[in-house]
Design a protein around this ligand. Structure first.
Ligand code: G3P
Ligand code: MG
Length: 250
């Protein structure tokens, strides 16, 4: 198997639901619970700056409305991405990928960067994120893994940053997903936890791919998956699952 960059436990969107998702404040909360690996979602501003946001629109996690990709970074960087969560995080900004890179590298943390393109910008987002990461992680020892539900995004990232490992995300299996993961040179497949069973883990690992799941918040599910030999668990429950106490689930 290829060198694998991530530990078993990965904090979803920084710290799950304990802090505003996809902000550096969330990463800090995740880190305070012992997490050393983080998943987050990256897309592009109108002027091509990679930054963290899950949804295509600003509606759910900011006071603004509309498609984020229609705004330049000079506007996006001034938006409050924390106040929606709780008063303690009011004023927390949307982080640029540059800022996230600095944070994880200075701390030696691993990053699972999910390329979450605004619809219609799949390949372009992969290319720009790949180019940015090739520069930002140059000479860094901090582990980095790209993932995406969108094969076009992974293809763009592969062309721009062939040395950064890739994973295909699968929510609902579609015809040819396994072959697509292989043809994209992926090192892993990350599925919704309900899809993962002994047969699928065996198929993936038998083909030299790592098997990961999202978003695992239930101790019984975590125990089941660890028992099957899962390679990675992406969780919101950073206050429940302790990466420092392997095997302790509640
Ligand atoms: O990368 C795993 C997980 O984050 C995928 O789902 O919607 O939370 O980005 P979502
Ligand atoms: Mg995600």
């Amino acid at each position: 198997m290829t060198d694998w960059p991530l530990p078993l436990w990965i904090a979803h969107r920084g710290a799950g639901k304990l802090a505003p998702e996809n902000t550096l404040a969330a990463f800090r909360v995740g880190a305070s619970h012992g997490y050393r690996a983080f998943e987050c979602d990256v897309k592009l501003s109108a002027d091509g700056v990679p930054f963290l946001l899950h949804d295509a629109t600003l509606d759910r996690t900011t006071p603004e409305r509309g498609v984020a990709a229609e705004r330049p970074w000079s506007e996006l960087s001034r938006i409050d991405a924390g106040g929606w969560h709780s008063r303690a995080f009011a004023g927390e900004p949307l982080p640029s990928l540059d800022a996230v890179a600095r944070y994880v590298q200075r701390n030696g943390f691993a990053l699972n960067l999910e390329i979450k393109p605004t619809p219609g910008q799949e390949q372009h987002t992969g290319t720009v994120v790949g180019q940015a990461c090739a520069q930002l992680w140059q000479g860094s020892e901090a582990p980095l893994l790209f993932s995406s539900f969108r094969p076009e995004a992974l293809a763009g990232a592969r062309e721009a940053a062939p040395l950064v490992p890739r994973a295909l995300l699968v929510d609902t299996p579609w015809p040819g997903w396994f072959e697509m993961a292989q043809s994209l040179g992926c090192v892993a497949v990350v599925t919704h936890y309900s899809l993962m069973d002994a047969s699928l883990i065996g198929r993936l690992q038998g083909a030299g791919l790592r098997a990961l799941c999202y978003t695992v918040n239930d101790p019984a599910e975590a125990r089941r998956l660890v028992g099957l030999g899962i390679d990675g668990l992406i969780t919101d429950a950073v206050d429940r699952f302790s990466p420092d106490r392997t095997g302790v689930f509640d």
